[in-house]
Design a protein around this ligand. Structure first.
Ligand code: GYE
Length: 334
């Protein structure tokens, strides 16, 4: 950090000089918005942000964090909600390129298929920051950095807790899994981490695994199918709180007691999830923080100033049991 700050001094000086020249130039030739980075006379930087959607409590908290932090950091934010569709995100990014924003940031709904549009941004010399979710592009020069959680670790922590809980189980433990939207990094990675962790005990078996798209409605609907098809379900692993909350309705409607008849593990730790955990309806949550806004704005300013930033910045996270949720809930921000 300290090192990066010292290195930044000449860049700042250069930026100040450049903006002085720009102001002079604009004054001389009238009011022309020449773009080329889009920095205006007031020195404000413009960020084009393409959000996944509004599918979950996590996402809502993430959007609020980004909007509030942009305002606090003096970043002019152009925001687009892609409604969980990659084509909408690509369209939004192309618009931002045309508008010559200073920085593009986005949370890719799926991992694959971004190379072309990222190359377009690179050719237009607009730096891109990935936030929350990553892409699987082989060319790492297509973006400056990726800020977000380690989803494999979250799945692993969830699985390790289950292994410990079931260490003295003699028979098979039947697990059902509600995945996030198909192809999304957190769906792929949480599945992977959880699977690897539970491999430690061959009694732990995933008997069904389907996408519930990270939504309550999806979680409810898929859990209904799971319950119909499988008379004995011991554990539910849901890739986020919202799908777990939707599943609660299906479980109760099927005459089972969530948290007792079926052990429920989720990821995120948003308020409603934490409440369900405190109430004993959920049994364990691996936290995933949506409060990425302040770090994102900081990174945007740095990449805009031409400073070096680390290629990967990981969010700090913890896990919660029922007791820990009861303690943490009163101070929970989201
Ligand atoms: O866990 C889920 C949301 O990408 C980490 O997306 C995010 C996930 C989060 O819909 O609730």
């Amino acid at each position: 950090m300290g090192k990066m700050r010292t290195q930044s001094a000449p860049w700042r000086a250069a930026a100040v000089l450049a903006s002085v020249l720009l102001v002079g130039g604009v004054a001389a030739c009238g009011n022309s918005d020449t773009g080329g980075g889009g920095t205006k006379d007031d020195g404000k930087i413009t960020m084009g942000f393409s959000q996944v959607g509004a599918e979950s409590g996590w996402r809502t908290a993430n959007t609020t964090s980004i909007k509030e932090s942009a305002a606090a950091a003096g970043v002019e934010l152009k925001f687009d909600d892609a409604q969980q569709k990659q084509e909408n995100q690509i369209k939004a990014i192309r618009n931002y390129i045309q508008q010559k924003v200073d920085v593009i940031a986005f949370s890719p709904v799926v991992e694959s298929g971004w190379d072309t549009v990222l190359k377009e941004a690179k050719d237009a010399k607009i730096p891109v920051i990935l936030t929350d979710r990553s892409v699987d592009s082989a060319d790492k020069t297509l973006y400056k950095t990726f800020l977000g959680s380690d989803f494999v670790k979250e799945g692993k922590l969830a699985g390790e807790w289950l292994v410990e809980q079931k260490k003295s189980a003699t028979g098979t433990v039947n697990i059902v899994e509600l995945q996030g939207n198909t192809g999304a990094a957190p769906a792929n990675d949480r599945k992977k981490g959880f699977g690897e962790a539970i491999a430690a005990n061959p009694n732990l078996k995933i008997i069904a695994s389907q996408p519930g798209d990270f939504t309550r409605a999806g979680g409810k609907q898929v859990m209904e199918q799971f319950l119909k098809a499988n008379p004995k379900i011991d554990v539910l692993f849901a890739h986020n709180d919202d799908m777990g909350l939707g599943a609660l309705e299906a479980i109760t409607a099927a005459g089972k007691v969530p948290g007792k008849d079926i052990t429920i593990i989720t990821v995120d730790a948003v308020k409603d999830g934490m409440q369900a955990l405190a109430d004993g309806k959920f049994n364990f949550i691996a936290e995933c923080s949506p409060l990425l806004g302040p770090q994102l704005m900081d990174l945007a300013k740095k990449v805009h100033a031409g400073e070096e930033v680390p290629p990967r910045i990981e969010t700090e996270e913890t896990t919660f049991t029922t007791e820990q949720a009861k303690e943490a809930l009163p101070n929970r921000k989201y």
